[in-house]
Design a protein around this ligand. Structure first.
Ligand code: ADP
Ligand code: MG
Length: 321
């Protein structure tokens, strides 16, 4: 039975029972949402589109797709040092499939509630499956973690481990020969990347630059280098890898995933030498899961070294076109 657009929005995306989030003056249902950022805070805003069969398999579990769509956007807020507040959802659907929509909505609100982000509006259209999420957050003026603040001599660090995004995609595609526990870990890393919001909060005032790794460490660190007018040296030996990837027994392939695979949504950030003791202490105390993987030098570009020798990459990162 065809479902009217408003019926669809009411049934799957409006939640009269849920408490209005902070700053929501008017949510779903009018021409615009009305939002009130906290006094003196700047608005941090980002949008990302996920297209079926480009960014996720079209037949993937809708709850997983929804989680991923919101989480990758929240990762952008984390990369800026912003705190999530609100989001909008533009959905293009081939058909109003109730089962799909119910699962999608459920997954979406699990992630929204976990990170304290309120759905305040959107758009619903018919066409090839595509999901656009726009997130809005708040950050104190002059505190945001930008790409252009890094300097020569700064250390380069990454949160948690790298390569799981590419490994996760291979796991989702059924390409890996691993025990089920490792496959499940990797699939979860692909569909439910953790926006590193808590880590970013610890880095405010300490990191000189930061971003989230969506296209691979080499490509994304390259953006910090270009914006800050520096070069980077990466020590390939130090790249943090998960036990699941280490179980693969193909170190060269795993290293390339960590360097160029993309979809990791870990933070890459730089810390001036003078601030390293504070960051090192947080790491030692287990308050921050991060690893030093290199340092910034004069020049341009990102250079990888293995045992002191230049390490040649197959490919430098995800190409959008
Ligand atoms: P308009 O025609 O004025 O743009 P719409 O008919 O597109 O309004 O949407 C009606 C209301 O429902 C708006 O408040 C809009 O933000 C909201 N909305 C539409 N689609 C979605 C969606 N997928 N998720 C959340 N809110 C939605
Ligand atoms: Mg509209």
């Amino acid at each position: 039975m065809p479902m009217h657009e408003f019926e669809l929005i009411r049934r799957f995306f409006q939640r009269p029972e849920a408490p209005e989030g902070p700053g929501v003056v008017l949510g779903i249902g009018d021409d615009c949402a009305l939002l009130q950022p906290a006094q003196g805070q700047q608005l941090a805003l980002s949008v990302d589109t996920l297209v079926a069969d480009v960014h996720f398999p079209a037949d993937a579990d809708p709850a997983e797709i929804a989680q991923r769509a919101l989480r990758v956007n929240l990762s952008d807020l984390a990369a800026m040092g912003a705190s999530p507040r609100w989001f909008t959802l533009a959905l293009t659907l081939p058909e109003a499939d109730e089962h799909w929509l119910r699962a999608f909505g459920a997954g979406l609100f699990v992630a929204a509630d976990a990170y304290g982000c309120t759905l305040v509006g959107g758009d619903t259209t018919a066409g090839p499956l595509s999901i656009t999420v726009q997130v809005m957050g708040e950050v104190a003026p002059a505190r945001a973690l930008r790409r252009d603040g890094a300097g020569i001599g700064d250390y380069v660090l990454v949160t948690h481990c790298l390569g799981d995004g590419a490994g996760g995609l291979a796991a989702v595609r059924g390409e890996l020969d691993l025990p089920e526990a490792e496959l499940a870990y990797l699939r979860a890393r692909y569909y439910r990347p953790e926006p590193r919001l808590a880590e970013a909060q610890r880095l405010l005032g300490l990191a000189s630059a930061a971003l989230d790794i969506s296209d691979g460490l080499v490509a994304d660190l390259g953006h910090i280098c270009a914006a800050s007018d520096v070069a980077a040296q990466i020590d390939v030996e130090t790249l943090p890898l998960s036990p699941a990837l280490l179980a693969l027994d193909d170190r060269a392939r795993v290293r390339d995933w960590a360097l160029t695979g993309g979809d990791d949504y870990e933070l890459c950030f730089t810390v001036p030498e003078a601030r390293m003791p504070e960051v090192g202490l947080m790491i030692a105390r287990g308050e921050l899961n991060a690893t030093v993987v290199g340092q910034l030098v004069t020049g341009t570009g990102v250079h990888c070294l293995l045992d002191g020798e230049p390490y040649t990459l197959e490919d430098t990162g995800y190409k959008h076109f």
